[in-house]
Design a protein around this ligand. Structure first.
Ligand code: NIG
Ligand code: FE
Length: 413
């Protein structure tokens, strides 16, 4: 018999799903199923039952009294780069002192800076640092996460990053998806030989990654100065040959063609979208590719926010993620992202809730097991402190509203 955990007297239970819960789009983004005065029963790592308190079972091996508290599905953060050597706060301060992006890059800053630091770091140290970050993210409510490589930019270092992600899967209660992002930047040694780096990715990195089963997805930074639409297309097609589905960085700084090349390659998601127009919205309307917005990147870089309101009005659904990385989003705190998105994208708390739960889960292809509270789903839950509502949680930004995390049915912290 697996042990049972009962959460009773829940003031508000958010995000319940009677059955399969599809990706939410358009007006549905503002809908959430709630039960007031509810219970959830967990057996092992699975939700066994939920409902109003009148139907609550009498006992369980362990009982949590959640009087006055809310229970929500744990966040599903579908875009991060949490495996990195160290922060780039020196660049941040340089920027605040007026240095341009070009000056910082000329000093060896940016993605290349992170790659240089990572190459020198032993795998075990990289693993410990990433695990510490992951543990911190659990404390802010994250229960499932996608993690990218892309700060290696050499055969050994990209593989090292992906092996670290594999070790994180074994070491953590967080559900993890791994993405190969060898095409994050052209490393300096290939500056005059782009084709050489393309060949390295396609002929050497991808076969080895496939051999070791190290990645679920293949990503490319499709952007001026990084990878062209043609190069993106080639890499995504090469990844597909090894069973890696596409998930790309598209339209961050320019109208790059990234959205269209992602859709053409049946990408699970196209992420960033700060620079999109009518053509991109229309292309997304006619596809199954999930648009993913990353509000903290806009906040931190002082660039425009993705037009999420407009996208939802056009009937699209969005996922939202943190993009946690040392360069453009040195935070993986989903509650903070929710506040940023509501204020700057004019989204409602319920819309950002759906964007970081069920829609984020679908952006990692785990929408049938994560991102909602339903019978047979993974017991990954947030128990808040005593707060009136989800709206309050987003409104009272900066406070810590999470009391306990439950991952795979285990109470963490
Ligand atoms: O998703 N846009 C590309 N990659 C990261 C930033 C990388 C960095 O500056 O280290 C992002 O924003
Ligand atoms: Fe990113």
């Amino acid at each position: 018999m697996k042990s049972t955990l009962l959460i009773k007297n829940i003031h508000r239970l958010y995000g319940i799903a009677a059955d399969k819960l599809p990706f939410k789009k358009g007006k549905d983004m503002a809908a959430v199923e709630i039960i007031e005065n509810a219970y959830v029963l967990i057996e092992g790592d699975i939700i066994q039952a939920f409902g109003p308190m009148e139907q609550c079972p009498l006992s369980a091996d362990k009982v949590i009294d959640a009087a006055g508290k809310c229970v929500l599905p744990a966040w599903c953060d579908s875009h991060t780069h949490i495996v990195f050597a160290e922060g780039r706060e020196v660049e941040y301060v340089d920027k605040l002192m007026g240095k341009s992006y070009e000056e910082i890059a000329a000093k060896g800053g940016g993605i290349i800076n992170s790659a240089r630091k990572l190459r020198d770091l032993p795998e075990d140290v990289l693993f410990e640092r990433a695990l510490n970050r992951l543990n911190e993210l659990i404390q802010s409510g994250t229960g499932a996460i996608e993690i990218k490589s892309g700060y290696g930019l050499s055969f050994e270092s990209e593989l090292k990053m992906l092996r670290v992600i594999k070790r994180l899967k074994d070491a953590s209660e967080v559900t993890i998806k791994a993405t190969f992002l060898g095409a994050h930047a052209i490393p300096p040694e290939y500056k005059d030989n782009r084709q050489g780096y393309m060949d390295l990715i396609i002929d050497q990195m991808l076969p080895q990654i496939s051999e070791e089963g190290l990645a679920d997805y293949c990503d490319v930074f499709c952007e001026q100065g990084f990878f062209t639409v043609e190069e993106t297309d080639k890499i995504l097609k090469a990844g597909a040959k090894y069973g890696l589905k596409a998930k790309i960085h598209a339209n961050q700084l320019h109208i790059s063609g990234g959205v269209q090349v992602g859709i053409a390659n049946h990408a699970i998601s196209v992420d960033h979208l700060e620079a999109i127009g009518e053509a991109e919205i229309e292309a997304l309307q006619n596809s199954a590719t999930i648009p993913t917005v990353l509000p903290s990147c806009s906040f931190f870089l002082n660039i425009p926010y993705a037009p999420a309101r407009k996208m939802i009005e056009a009937g699209l659904g969005i996922a939202m993620a943190t993009d946690f990385n040392p360069g453009s989003s040195p935070s993986g705190n989903i509650p903070l992202m929710m506040a940023l998105a509501c204020n700057n994208m004019r989204l409602l708390p319920v819309e950002v809730f759906n964007a970081v739960t069920i829609n984020g889960a679908h952006a990692m292809e785990i929408g049938d097991s994560h991102g909602a509270i339903g019978v047979g789903r993974r017991a990954n839950l947030i128990v808040t402190k005593a707060i009136p509502s989800l709206d309050y949680m987003v409104y009272a930004f900066g406070s810590r509203h999470i009391d306990q995390m439950i991952l795979n049915g285990k109470v963490i912290g």
